[in-house]
Design a protein around this ligand. Structure first.
Ligand SMILES: Cc1cc2nc3c(=O)[nH]c(=O)nc-3n(C[C@H](O)[C@H](O)[C@H](O)COP(=O)(O)OP(=O)(O)OC[C@H]3O[C@@H](n4cnc5c(N)ncnc54)[C@H](O)[C@@H]3O)c2cc1C
Length: 294
């Protein structure tokens, strides 16, 4: 059961806390940061052969990781960050930072991704879950996507072969791992104006989101025609705590870690809010974040 001979960093008994923005979770048995797509595919196939549970992560800004740790391999794709710009398009590997991509597109006068300037994830995860903000979503700008299938095959999909919905995609439904993608953007943007727009959006986030504490963005999806934050605030949850996990005073759809919160504290708040909102408004809130089990 020797591990594959790889150049990428490999750690044993590594704290999950360091791999997610809530900064919670126990120890991972193994964590691997592949240096290139071949190494990723190799480790993936090793895990399949030896039936090792596998968890794939980007920046960990949309996950709740288990306090009891993860017995298996966590593959973190943040070193997969090659990028190639063309006149009206860009191709990136899955680990490229979405915020950086949005800023760099604006600097080149390429319109489209400004909405993503405050989304602290990787491009690959953003495509899989169709990240979005201010009525825009990443799926609108995707041209093609290269994936690794659960069977270990590499496949290429055109935009028209993928369906994107509210924070979901057919790629995620099929458990495909996004390896690489290209975006077709709109040239002719005025760099200065686009930078101004990004600055405004970032200031708005700072004003309305509790960025001073570890968090994972919006915890719940908005129910059709309503806002999860509005329902949670109206039900009186702002500021409520379980341990060091607190419903943000600034934005009711955020749960923050005020110090030493555990994932189970966050999960308890999530479940209590879900039960209360169902009773008070008859609405079943679903999580936007992914709860990972050990
Ligand atoms: C302050 C803050 C603000 C945020 N604002 C927004 C927002 O405005 N809009 C929004 O949509 N989200 C927002 N988010 C949530 C999050 O940043 C996005 O969902 C982001 O796309 C997640 O990327 P990640 O790399 O951190 O994914 P991770 O948290 O690492 O992973 C998320 C899920 O995707 C899977 N995954 C990871 N990489 C891949 C891949 N390459 N292929 C397939 N699956 C993969 C993981 O297994 C996991 O299930 C916010 C988060 C924070 C902390």
């Amino acid at each position: 059961m020797d591990l594959p001979d790889v150049k990428g960093r490999l750690e044993k008994n590594y704290p999950l806390k360091k791999l997610n923005t809530w900064k919670t979770g126990g120890q991972a048995e193994m964590v691997f940061w592949p240096e290139n797509l071949n190494e990723l595919a190799e480790m993936f196939s090793w895990c399949k052969t030896y039936r090792k549970p596998l968890l794939f992560l980007g920046h960990g800004s949309n996950v709740l990781l288990p306090d009891q740790g993860f017995q298996g391999m966590v593959i973190v794709n943040t070193q997969l960050d090659k990028i190639r710009w063309e006149k009206e398009s860009v191709r990136t590997e899955a680990g490229y930072s979405l915020m950086r991509l949005a800023r760099e597109a604006a600097e080149r006068g390429l319109n489209g991704l400004e909405f993503a300037c405050g989304i602290p994830g990787t491009v690959g995860a953003a495509i899989a879950i169709n990240a979005g903000a201010y009525g825009e979503e990443i799926g609108n700008w995707v041209q093609d996507v290269k994936v690794l299938t659960p069977e270990g095959e590499i496949r290429m999909f055109n935009r028209n072969d993928i369906s994107f919905g509210y924070r979901k995609s057919s790629l995620q439904d099929k458990k495909y791992i996004v390896l690489e993608s290209s975006f077709l953007l709109k040239p002719g943007g005025e760099g200065g104006l686009m930078k101004e727009k990004i600055k405004d959006l970032m200031e708005k986030r700072k004003r309305t989101q509790p960025l001073e504490y570890p968090n994972a963005g919006s915890v719940f999806r908005n129910p059709p025609g309503d806002s999860a934050g509005r329902l949670i605030e109206q039900a009186g949850w702002k500021g409520k705590c379980v341990g060091d996990a607190q419903v943000s005073e600034k934005h009711a759809n955020f749960i923050v870690n005020k110090g030493n919160a555990r994932s189970e504290d966050i999960l308890k708040l999530i479940q209590d809010i879900q039960a209360d909102i169902l009773i008070k408004f008859g609405v079943k809130l679903e999580t936007e974040i992914k709860v990972i089990t050990g």
